[in-house]
Write a protein that binds this ligand. Structure first.
Ligand code: NAG
Ligand code: NAG
Ligand code: NAG
Ligand code: NAG
Ligand code: NAG
Ligand code: NAG
Ligand code: NAG
Ligand code: NAG
Ligand code: NAG
Length: 505
């Protein structure tokens, strides 16, 4: 990246105006910019260990949380102060954040709140309350986080449970998306997710993001595949048509190949699976799991998440192919991590019996989980159109250098970001200018919030005038991002710094 290159304010302002005028030209509903929330590890309220999740604050003043994105829960929840004392989760005190109701000046218990989670939640107990939650947008390492407060928001304070207590509920009946939509904070009840690989089990370093009411067009590439949204607890169903082991020598082996694995039923052509963030390892039909175990010499492990373990390390990869052609390949670090753990859940040995066909498999629903999502960009629009809501899957760009949030509008197909032509600018300036344009986009988002909320009918001339007014602001942002060239946030806001942590401890 270029360091402090000379650059033209005029060009930047023109670029900004270009973006601005096209922004204001959009249809009314599509004018509302999305809320981009980054997913990474950070210091959270009351915890020594850093916690991986979406950056959300609860209460006034905000107590920072890392919420795990749930595709199943409709309600958002945080862990109450007594959660660990009442729960038998291993290492509970080093997971999640606490939410202390006492210090929050905006906290109100809700005694007769009717939850949108229909399925009886046997995994967690708690009580509902309403308070302000803060959805933090943080594009640049050098910038402070931008707060999107949601006041009087109902969420659960979990007091006892055996599952993740801190969750951002984005299920089919999501209370959060409904609220954001009702109050005009997002254009549609939609979100896009890249879960990342920075959680402990995945052991990676790539941070994720969740974009509410939109998507990050720089975070995916290639064909965008379309699927219908179902309903209930697992609305995201797909059909898996193949699971292929790619050996280090270049050969491949389908685990659904009947000529190799005679245990498969004769009519076996694949299986239906649900997309879920509720656990790390994927759940396959017992016969497919059995083939994985025999082909790669895997056995059950004592990992608390039930993952299978290889007896010997494996340097190959694993491809999961969906009907319609969407295929993702899990890298070798995921297929066999340093502890030889695999991303596939053990099925109880009793289910691996001769009569155990796919139809009668007790493990159903089969799941494509966090391990699979670490390679996938998922875009969900519950308000897609009259013919059935859609979700989209595409290959994720894990190390995307820029963040280009776009609004998800009804009936409008998503499109990946096409970077500007190199010839557009001289080579040395590209990093700085593109960084500046991205910074400009962040500003545009901020500015369009203001403009669109308060002056929806703003004229192009007016926008140009405002753009000129904020030129100084751009200049500062550009200076801040040059050298980092608008690099993707690596998440060290002040509260993330170990020093900040120390002073709190
Ligand atoms: C779009 O906005 C109009 C006007 O506010 C509103 O009546 C309509 O319900 C919105 N449509 C969608 C799909 O959000
Ligand atoms: C992800 O965020 C963490 C901070 O939580 C940061 O230390 C790390 O460098 C980031 N990873 C990448 C690839 O930017
Ligand atoms: C979430 O809401 C939808 C729509 O009401 C419902 O079908 C689904 O079962 C709910 N999810 C849970 C976990 O209860
Ligand atoms: C939740 O509370 C009910 C009774 O109130 C109890 O039976 C159940 O075990 C509790 N669940 C958890 C996870 O503690
Ligand atoms: C492998 O998985 C285990 C179990 O979750 C975890 O403790 C370990 O950190 C993982 N190793 C790597 C390198 O990700
Ligand atoms: C998905 O739908 C969009 C229109 O909404 C279409 O342009 C695109 O080709 C579809 N993708 C596939 C793989 O069919
Ligand atoms: C498979 O066999 C077990 C006993 O070995 C039996 O309990 C079970 O019902 C059978 N399952 C099916 C789908 O036939
Ligand atoms: C919580 O995060 C916000 C946004 O980055 C920050 O301003 C605030 O200082 C943090 N609070 C604490 C207690 O670290
Ligand atoms: C205090 C309390 O309710 N503790 C319960 C929490 O949940 C576990 C089961 O998950 C029970 O064993 C505890 O009694």
């Amino acid at each position: 990246m270029a360091t402090r290159q000379p650059y033209s304010h005029r060009l930047l302002v023109h670029l900004l105006i270009l973006v601005l005028s096209s922004t204001t030209a959009w249809a009314f509903n599509c004018s509302i910019p999305p809320i981009y929330v980054d997913i990474h590890k950070r210091a959270v309220h009351g915890m020594v260990a850093f916690q991986y999740g979406a950056f959300v604050g609860a209460g006034t003043p905000a107590q920072n949380q890392s919420l795990w994105v749930s595709l199943k829960s409709n309600e958002t929840s945080v862990a109450g102060q007594d959660f660990c004392a009442n729960s038998n989760i291993p290492d509970c005190s080093s997971r999640g954040a606490y939410f202390e109701t006492g210090p929050s000046t905006s906290f109100t218990p809700l005694n007769d709140y009717k939850t949108n989670d229909i399925a009886p939640d046997t995994d967690a107990n708690g009580s509902f309350a309403q308070d302000t939650i803060h959805l933090y947008t943080h594009y640049f390492q050098s910038d402070p986080a931008w707060d999107n407060p949601v006041t009087n928001f109902p969420f659960r304070v979990t007091t006892n449970g055996s599952t993740i207590a801190d969750r951002l509920g984005l299920g089919y009946g999501s209370t959060l998306l409904q609220r954001l939509y009702n109050t005009g904070m997002v254009a549609s009840r939609s979100f896009s997710l890249y879960i990342g690989t920075g959680m402990d089990r995945a052991g990676g370093v790539i941070n994720g993001s969740v974009t509410l009411g939109g998507y990050d067009s720089a975070r995916f590439t290639g064909t965008v595949y379309n699927y219908s949204i179902g309903s209930g607890e697992y609305p995201f169903g797909v059909r898996v048509s193949d699971v292929v082991v790619n050996n280090p020598d270049g050969s491949t082996q389908s685990l659904l190949d009947r000529t190799k694995f005679s245990n498969l039923p004769s009519d076996f052509t694949g299986f239906d699976a649900k997309i879920s963030t509720e656990q790390y390892p994927m759940v396959f039909p017992a016969e497919v799991t059995k083939n994985f175990m025999s082909y790669l010499n895997a056995e059950p492990s004592d990992s608390p998440d039930g993952s299978l373990k290889l007896k010997n390390p494996f340097q190959g990869t694993l491809s999961i192919v969906l009907e319609g052609g969407f295929s993702v390949t899990l890298p070798k670090e995921t297929v066999s991590n340093v502890s030889n753990l695999t991303p596939i859940a053990a099925t109880q040995s009793s289910t691996i019996s001769k009569n155990n066909t796919v139809k009668g498999d007790p493990q159903s629903p089969f799941l494509l989980t966090t391990a699979w999502l670490s390679q996938v960009y998922m875009m969900v629009n519950y308000d897609a159109d009259q013919s059935g809501a859609f979700f989209h899957l595409a290959q994720v760009v894990q190390s995307a250098p820029y963040i280009i949030p776009k609004t998800t509008c009804p009936r409008v197909a998503v499109a990946a970001y096409v970077p500007p032509q190199k010839s557009f600018m001289t080579a040395g300036l590209v990093g700085a200018i593109v960084g500046a344009v991205v910074a400009g986009l962040a500003l545009v988002t901020v500015l369009s919030c203001v403009v669109l909320r308060w002056r929806r009918n703003v004229a192009r001339e007016k926008a140009m005038k405002e753009a000129a007014e904020i030129e100084k602001g751009i200049e500062m942002t550009v200076k801040g991002s040059i050298g980092r060239g608008g690099e993707r946030d690596s998440g060290s806001e002040a509260s993330d710094e170990p020093t900040a942590e120390k002073s709190r401890a």
